[in-house]
Design a protein around this ligand. Structure first.
Ligand code: PLP
Length: 432
């Protein structure tokens, strides 16, 4: 009955996550509350890792795209699972440093890294920097040369592949702010320039075609195009790049309308494409990197809210307001994203009425769910919004000066706070 097979209902008719009663969690830690099922998060890491071993002889590394949910806690879990991470800002890098993440397994992305961020990455010996553009390449070469090191880099390439997803999260086409394009020769040119530089070594090429993608085909197509590019670099420049980073973007189930492909299937298919292309183009089999973010953490997260005012506007709509909203989950207001939900304290009841769940911010677009069927809902109920592990906390804001919620991780019946709830004092900390 729930989108996630890892949620269940106990004898009190309460929703259960990771053997924890969510109503008890709400009572103990307060609401709104982010809850992460750590066992599921770890299991998801293993699905990718095992598939890389099984289908590609382990000749690869899975990176957790940290931006999906970045914290010292997630860095620690990912490190324990043997994955690498990708970071996209100095702040994410700082978090990884403070979590003692092995720097050789850090990949630094971003379409406009500042000079300070590039310097920070070089000084901390970040394993690989994914260079976005020529300006960044020149800056990086300067900084690395000054520091007396040769920095491993990859280039962010736009493979020209159309991923069928929301235009805001489509990134593989030529009209994108990310990376350099193949079709106008820009990508080839930048590799040629970097090949002559002494402060950088072109270690691989990277692409990321978008997010929340359900088809295997665009990923296969991207892998094909990228392998041909690797072939061209070898044939025309004598450059051998040993790594192929295929990005992330694997879709997850938010509602029953979503039908994701099992994640190991992506690796299975892409492995075949890469092996075939390597043979055809007579290049070495590359070391493969993948960067799932959403699919590792989103399904493992839920958010618990307390229901406040209910407005039944006859023949119009029934609004149910909760004690959070766009501050802790801005995805509806950004993309009109859809979610599934449960009334945690009557989780087994049949859905019987159509409601719209609104947040408490001063925006009419501050909704969490629009026109969803739920069991009869009353003031004081605990509402659980499902699959909120990715792009919720990491996109959260303090709009209306609402403190960010706490986050607890649950595992085998145990719950621990991994991010403290913000206080009002936190909100004014930097006010002078
Ligand atoms: C956002 C992003 C990812 C992760 O995307 P998901 O859809 O969360 O899997 C991976 N790589 C890059 C470069 C990204 O920008």
């Amino acid at each position: 009955m729930f989108v996630s097979k890892d949620l269940s209902v106990n004898e009190k008719n309460h929703l259960v996550i990771g053997k924890n009663d969510t109503v008890e969690l709400a009572k103990e830690f307060g609401t709104p509350l982010y809850v992460i099922d750590e066992d599921l998060f770890r299991e998801n890491c293993r699905v990718y890792k095992n598939a890389m071993d099984k289908y590609y002889g382990g000749n690869g590394l899975v990176l957790y795209a940290n931006k999906a949910l970045c914290s010292k806690y997630t860095c620690r879990v990912v490190k324990e699972e043997g994955l690498g991470i990708d970071v996209v800002s100095g702040g994410e890098l700082y978090t990884a440093i403070k979590a003692d993440f092995p720097m050789d397994k850090v990949y630094f992305h971003g379409n406009n890294k500042t000079v300070d961020e590039i310097r920070m990455a070089v000084e901390n010996r970040v394993g690989t920097i994914i260079v976005d553009n020529i300006y960044e390449l020149e800056k990086l070469n300067e900084i690395a040369t000054e520091a007396g090191i040769v920095q491993n880099i990859m280039f962010r390439i736009k493979p020209g592949v159309d991923a069928h997803t929301h235009s805001f999260i489509q990134t593989g086409q030529i009209d994108s702010k990310f990376g350099v394009a193949l079709e106008n020769g820009e990508a080839f040119e930048i590799c040629k320039i970097a090949n002559e530089m002494s402060g950088v070594k072109v270690d691989g090429v990277h692409c990321h075609i978008g997010s929340q993608i359900f088809d295997i085909e665009p990923f296969n197509k991207a892998a094909q195009v990228m392998m041909d590019f690797i072939g061209d670099l070898k044939d025309k420049l004598g450059m051998e790049v040993g790594k192929l980073n295929l990005g992330g973007g694997y879709g997850i189930m938010y509602t029953e309308n979503d039908d994701p492909v099992p994640y190991d299937e992506y690796i299975q298919h892409v492995s075949e494409v890469v092996k075939e292309a390597a043979a055809r183009r007579n290049v070495k089999l590359p070391f493969i990197l993948m960067e799932p973010g959403r699919s590792l953490i989103a399904p493992a997260g839920i958010t618990l809210y307390t229901v406040g005012g209910i407005k039944d506007i006859k023949n119009v709509r029934k609004y149910v307001s909760v004690d959070g909203g766009m501050g802790d989950n801005p995805r509806y207001i950004l993309y009109e994203s859809e979610y599934a939900a449960a009334v945690a304290n009557k989780a087994g009841n049949e859905p019987c009425e159509k409601v719209t769940v609104a947040g408490k911010c001063c925006e009419s677009g501050d909704l969490l769910l629009k026109d969803v069927m739920l069991p009869e809902i009353e003031v004081g109920d605990t509402l659980a919004v499902l699959a909120t592990g990715a792009y919720n906390y990491s996109m959260a804001s303090n709009y209306n000066r609402i403190p960010r919620p706490a986050m607890v991780a649950v595992s085998n019946g145990e719950a621990k706070v991994v991010i403290k709830r913000e206080t009002y004092e936190d909100l004014i900390r930097n006010d002078l």
